[in-house]
Design a protein around this ligand. Structure first.
Ligand code: XIL
Length: 318
């Protein structure tokens, strides 16, 4: 038993989780995360982001992410790599620099080439471009958009394809599950990259969902299907389901279980959905309460590693 084993038995590639070096000295956490039946895939939660890997122009730092990659590899598990071109957790040399088309193209090219070459053949997939869209499906403002227009997206994929031909190249975003206009924007991004003759392999659905506001399993599967119809694979890359209000009732926790099953089940229902990654499996390390104050308890296990109804439901395919 275990979530990864169940996914593999269902014909999927993996069940995974975000993890980072901050979790290494927690023995209870490690006992669970190193269980190969439970997790087959790991995403470094922060240590491969631009501010971590290239804090100053041309100065690359891989110590933290290497530690994650090594632990995962030595335990026979796989890595999803995250992320390259993103407006957030971007070092100030990029976000506040004065750029031309030529100089910013060179900076993006150097960043992607260096980081992907360092991890070549170690990443099942890379989230090449992250969160390029507004909720209404238009392109999000960033130094990338204001300098290069939407061209920075095919540019990023093109550089990525050359740097590590073995990695699957993903566009990754949130609320694609819930917001049709934003999903339209992501469809347009896939077509933009494909139309430029550049490789794009997948679309990542972050799936930062809310208890009681999660679309049905059939609705979620239909949205995934919009992308597999374009010839790309899909995955849930950062799944968590937060309670909008705390404390929670037993009914809230049962609703959370239903919402987790809807998400995981929709991946099972779509042939081109390769796997599910949760954004931490225990509330002890969830990003949710810090980022969305007043909300929380978004993970499959409590702070004390007790399996919630959501865990039992996913494991039981209830
Ligand atoms: C979050 C991490 O979980 C936090 O630790 C960090 O402070 C901020 O970033 N979308 C993404 C992830 O693609 O990288 C984000 O991770 C959550 C939202």
């Amino acid at each position: 038993e275990g979530l990864h084993s169940l996914m593999v038995a269902a014909g999927k590639l993996y069940f995974g989780t975000a993890m980072d070096t901050k979790n290494f000295n927690d023995t209870a956490y490690q006992a669970i995360s190193t269980n190969q039946n439970e997790f087959g895939m790991f995403t470094p939660e922060n240590s491969q982001k631009w501010d971590a890997t290239e804090p100053q122009q041309g100065q690359f730092s891989f110590t933290q992410a290497d530690a994650v990659a090594m632990k995962v590899k030595s335990n026979g598990q796989l890595l999803r790599c995250h992320t390259l071109t993103w407006h957030s957790q971007l070092p100030s040399f990029v976000s506040t620099g004065t750029w031309t088309r030529e100089t910013l193209t060179a900076v993006i090219t150097a960043h992607i080439t260096n980081v992907m070459t360092h991890y070549a053949a170690q990443c099942y997939a890379w989230d090449v471009v992250n969160e390029a869209l507004n909720e209404n499906g238009t392109f999000r403002s960033s130094v990338f958009l204001s300098t290069l227009g939407p061209d920075y997206i095919p540019l990023s994929f093109s550089v990525a394809a050359a740097a590590d031909p073995r990695a699957k190249l993903y566009y990754n975003d949130f609320n694609l599950e819930t917001t049709p206009a934003k999903a339209d924007g992501a469809v347009a991004i896939v077509k933009l990259v494909q139309g430029a003759g550049v490789k794009i392999d997948g679309v990542g659905f972050q799936a930062h969902l809310n208890v009681g506001q999660t679309p049905s399993r059939a609705q979620l599967a239909a949205t995934l299907g919009r992308f597999t119809a374009l010839g790309v694979e899909v995955a849930y890359t950062e799944l968590d389901v937060k309670h909008p209000k705390l404390p929670t009732s037993e009914a809230d926790r049962e609703q959370q279980a239903a919402d987790y099953v809807a998400a995981v089940g929709s991946c099972l229902d779509v042939e081109g959905c390769v796997g599910v990654t949760v954004w931490q499996f225990t509330d002890r390390y969830s990003w949710v309460p810090g980022t969305f104050p007043g909300t929380g308890e978004a993970c499959l296990m409590t702070e004390d590693y007790v399996k919630k109804p959501a865990y039992e439901a996913v494991e039981g395919w209830r």
